[in-house]
Design a protein. Structure first.
Length: 191
């Protein structure tokens, strides 16, 4: 199995370390030509979604990636990666892939809570550590029939799944706990 990690900006190295720790091969997506390789799953890391969006456009990677996601490749978007996937962004009109039927708010926790750590239930896994860094949250689910809420923190949705897409507002790659990546890898094995 081979997992592709978008490696143009942000916390991609941490996802790659996690995949290596779990014994999984990975490739880095830096330019359109990298998309010609075969891969079984896609990770969109945290970082700065405006910069990622700009670089994805400049490298002509938006359409080919959107197509792959549309074809059902399992995708895990964390933090900025969730913003790239979201169908609607309440405080930023510039949608990128727009494939995940949720409405997100960027930098939604304000200044004081720019970064924080907590532990909460995650559907199918149990309590997991959650590190938030200038995180978005999911204001609402655009299509309830298609979308499962995976985790909430103080009534705010912080993780959701629709088909093979998982969007998470926090950074599971930064914590020792591997269970979210393991769940994603199970999904990739099953396709
Ligand atoms: N604040 C960033 C954004 O809006 C996301 C932060 C992160 O990925 N840690 O894109």
């Amino acid at each position: 199995m081979n997992i592709a990690v978008l490696a143009i900006q942000g916390a991609f190295a941490e996802h790659i370390d996690k995949l290596k720790k779990l014994g999984v091969d990975c490739i880095e997506l830096r330019q359109a030509a990298d998309l010609e390789q075969d891969f079984d799953g896609l990770i969109l890391p945290g970082g700065e979604s405006t910069v990622q969006r700009k670089l994805l456009r400049e490298h002509d990677m938006v359409e080919p990636l959107r197509k792959k996601i549309g074809q059902g490749i399992p995708v895990l978007g964390t933090c900025a990666g969730l913003i790239l996937l979201a169908q609607e962004i309440s405080n930023d009109g510039d949608v990128c892939f727009g494939t995940l039927p949720v409405r997100v708010q960027r930098n939604a926790y304000g200044r004081q809570l720019g970064s924080f750590h907590t532990e909460e239930e995650f559907a199918g896994i149990g309590r997991v550590p959650m590190s938030f860094i200038r995180a978005p949250y999911i204001e609402s689910v655009v299509n309830r029939n298609q979308t499962e809420i995976l985790a909430t923190v103080e009534d705010r949705i912080v993780a959701a799944r629709s088909g093979n897409q998982i969007g998470i507002a926090f950074h599971p790659e930064l914590d020792e706990d591997d269970r979210i990546h393991e769940m994603f890898l199970e999904m990739c094995r099953g396709v």
